[in-house]
Each structure stands twice: as structure tokens, then as C-alpha cells.
Ligand binder design. Structure first.
Ligand code: NAD
Ligand code: TYD
Length: 362
């Protein structure tokens, strides 16, 4: 039986991680354990996204440790300090465009950082007599981008060969291989998930959906790469997180699970849909907003289409999505409209100082 008592969430101050911690502590009655959020607070880490969680659970069931996953001593110290039995590894450099401009940070965090965590888990989860404990789990959160790019038809399954094409996806592919290497070589209990594009609250506004929402509200141009006919499969972030939790609870050790929204859209069609929603909610003229669509230079090596077959997850673990795309987009736009302080904090850079201003070491 998995223990799930002292859960180390890496990257918990990022987009998906902070939503995960909120769902786990506030909406998962079956979970009574502690969450330790290990995050280096890079530009993408925003501890203020968890201000409410820190207020309610801080020092009791929620603990924040500012640390870098490549820092071997800190990582091992945190494992020992909290007697970690479960790792849910979200921390990563996650933005493709940044990986094109500067791949090194991606190799450092995504490859070396994952290695450092795996190695700590391997050493510290050895039980009496040197055999691996069976009540522990290392869950690695990965992306569908490791599978490469699809043509007009077909889907990525769990057996699709890896074919990463950007420095981001190559670094994630590399970390996926390390996870299974630690399972096969050292017997580390692991599960792995490859998910499609997420959207929802607390998304850093460099990614397509939040960038477009905020640009619309500010009357800025809406930059569409290339011909805009690139296809992504979109999933509401809470539904990604319920899938991760299902895998952590009931997934088979040594297995990988694809997670997807079964919800493919060309970027330009998605953008037009989003314009309709934002314009209605914010009282803007949709036609005028659409005039700000600007086709810009394409991303180098831009993957044409991603599409996920997540039937294994649905069949074996009974996972289902909770919202339609229309509902998820509507919730997301509402969130950005009613959380202006978060947006201002992110845009001004003020969010980087939240921990030093608000966090009292416990
Ligand atoms: P994000 O960029 O919003 O957050 C990443 C978090 O990791 C930040 O809080 C950052 O401070 C932290 N971090 C980065 N480097 C670190 C380091 N060296 N040590 C400790 N912490 C560090 O990313 P996200 O969108 O929340 O993605 C989370 C995970 O999910 C990633 O592993 C990503 O590859 C994967 N994923 C994301 C998507 C998506 O659509 N966003 C889809 C599939 C999979
Ligand atoms: P993104 O949110 O960066 O996610 P990913 O590259 O990991 O799929 O981009 C989603 C899609 O939107 C992708 O095809 C690139 C495109 N895109 C634009 O057209 N304009 C933009 O300003 C951004 C950020 C992305």
C-alpha cells in the first residue's frame, strides 16, 4: 500500500503545481497527509498563488521550501526532514520559446534536476537490508511533446516512440527515460504521465491562452505564429490534476499514462472562440478585438499537431473530465477578470518578493 503521508510536490509554485496543491488540500477529503512544496521560485514560480493555502494550512499540513532540485544536499535534507514517502514532480523549465532562446536551463533543471531527485529517492527509500520500500512512489509529470509532431490524423498512445523536437521536449524526454531507468535498474516505484496542453487559473501569461486574454483586455496585438493552423489538445488544469492524483493512488508502478482533453483546436480557431468569450464578459467589441490578430514569424521547429489517446487512463483508472472546453474557458476568463491583483503582481514583477514579505520561516 502506498503511504501518501508526506507528499513532496516539486514546482508547486508554478501553474499546474499550485492548482494541484490547492485541489489536494481543499478538495480531496480522502487525503489527510502533509504537502511539502519544493520550489526554486524561478520567473515562473509565484508563491503568492498559494497565499490562501499558506494562510490556512501553513505550518500544519502545508510547508514551503525554497530550494533548487539540482541542489543535491538540499534535496536530500528535505527528504529526511519531512520523511518523504511520495514525490509528485512538476518542477521544470516549461516554455518552448524560452528553450529555443536558451536551452541550458532546460537541461539543468529538467535533466539534472530530475536525476538529482531520483537519486535521492533511490538512496533514501531503501529499507532494511537494502531492498526498496514498496509504500513509496515517484510520480513524474511529463508532456505529450516528447512524442514529436503528428500529421493530420492519428494519436499519441503510451507506446508511441519518442521523437522530441524542441530543446524543451528533448529535456523532458530525457527525464522520462531516467525515471524508467531508475525503475528498471534500481526497483524505484515510479509512475509517469504525459499530458497535453493545460489551461486555467494562475497560468503565467507567456503561454497562448493567458497571453491572449490579457492582451485582449489591454488592447494589445494578438500574435499568432505562422499560419495559425497548428493544433493542440487542451485540458483544464484541474482535470490534469485529478488524473495525476488518480495515477498516484491507483496507477501501476512502472507504467505510464497519457492524459488529454480529447479537445483539439487550431490556434486561430481557438483564438476566435476566446475573443468571443472575453469580449462578452469584458464588454468589448469582438469585431474590433479580432482586428488586433497579428500573424507573426513562426516558431523554429514548430510542432504541427499534438493529439492524445487517453483511453488507458479512462479504462484502467476510471478518470473523466469535469468540464467542457466552453466551461473551462469561461472559468478561466472569469478568473483573470476577477484576479487583477495577481495579474498586476505578475506583470510588475512584484510577485518575486512575496516570500520575503509574507513568509515567516517555521
Ligand atoms: P511552470 O513553468 O508554470 O512552473 C514550473 C515551476 O517549477 C515553477 O514554480 C518554478 O519556480 C519551478 N522550478 C523551475 N526550475 C526549478 C528548479 N531548478 N528547482 C526547483 N523548482 C524549479 O510549469 P507548469 O506549466 O506548471 O508545468 C508543470 C509540469 O507539467 C512541467 O514538468 C511540465 O513539463 C509539465 N507539463 C506542462 C503542461 C502545460 O501545458 N503547462 C502540459 C504537460 C506537462
Ligand atoms: P504554448 O502555449 O507556448 O504551448 P506549447 O508550445 O507547449 O504547445 O503555445 C501553444 C500554441 O500556440 C503553439 O502552437 C504556439 C502558439 N502560440 C502562438 O501562436 N502565439 C503565441 O504568442 C504563443 C505564446 C503561442
Amino acid at each position: 500500500m502506498r503511504k501518501l503521508t508526506n507528499v513532496l510536490v516539486t514546482g508547486g509554485a508554478g501553474f499546474i503545481g499550485c492548482n494541484f496543491i490547492r485541489v489536494l488540500l481543499k478538495k480531496t477529503p480522502g487525503f489527510t497527509g502533509r504537502v511539502i512544496n519544493l520550489d526554486a521560485l524561478t520567473y515562473a514560480g509565484n508563491a503568492s498563488s498559494l497565499a490562501d493555502i499558506d494562510g490556512e494550512f501553513g505550518g500544519k499540513r502545508y510547508f514551503f521550501e525554497r530550494a533548487d532540485i539540482t541542489d543535491r544536499e538540499r534535496v536530500r535534507g528535505i527528504f529526511q526532514k519531512y520523511d518523504i514517502d511520495t514525490v509528485i514532480h512538476f518542477a521544470a523549465e516549461s516554455h518552448v520559446d524560452r528553450s529555443i532562446l536558451g536551452p541550458e536551463a532546460f537541461i539543468r533543471t529538467n535533466v539534472m534536476g530530475t536525476f538529482t531527485l531520483l537519486d535521492a529517492a533511490r538512496d533514501l527509500w531503501r529499507g532494511e537490508g537494502g531492498s526498496m520500500r514498496e509504500d513509496v512512489l515517484f510520480h513524474h509529470v511529463s508532456t505529450d511533446e516528447v512524442y514529436g509532431s503528428l500529421g493530420e490524423t492519428g494519436y499519441f498512445t503510451e507506446t508511441t516512440p519518442y521523437d522530441p523536437r524542441s530543446p524543451y521536449s528533448a529535456s523532458k524526454a530525457s527525464s522520462d527515460h531516467l525515471v524508467f531507468a531508475y525503475h528498471h535498474t534500481y526497483g524505484l516505484p515510479v509512475t509517469l504521465s504525459n499530458c497535453s496542453n493545460n489551461y486555467g487559473p494562475y497560468h503565467f501569461p507567456e503561454k497562448l491562452i493567458p497571453l491572449m486574454i490579457l492582451n485582449m483586455l489591454e488592447g494589445k496585438p494578438l500574435p499568432v505564429y505562422g499560419d495559425g493552423k497548428y493544433v493542440r489538445d487542451w485540458l483544464f488544469v484541474e482535470d490534469h490534476n485529478t488524473a495525476v492524483w488518480a495515477i498516484v493512488n491507483r496507477g501501476k508502478s512502472g507504467e505510464k499514462y497519457n492524459i488529454g482533453g480529447e479537445n483539439e483546436w487550431e490556434n486561430i480557431t481557438l483564438l476566435r472562440k476566446l475573443i468571443g468569450i472575453v469580449a462578452e464578459k469584458a464588454g468589448l467589441d469582438a469585431g474590433k478585438v479580432a482586428e488586433t490578430i497579428t500573424f507573426v514569424k513562426d516558431r523554429p521547429g514548430h510542432d504541427r499537431r499534438y493529439a492524445i489517446d487517453c483511453s488507458k487512463l479512462k479504462r484502467e483508472l476510471g478518470w473523466t473530465q469535469s468540464v467542457t472546453f466552453e466551461e473551462g474557458l469561461s472559468l478561466t476568463v472569469d478568473w483573470y477578470l476577477s484576479n487583477k491583483a495577481w495579474v498586476v503582481n505578475v506583470k510588475s514583477g512584484e510577485y518575486a518578493h512575496w516570500v520575503e514579505k509574507n513568509y515567516t520561516a517555521r
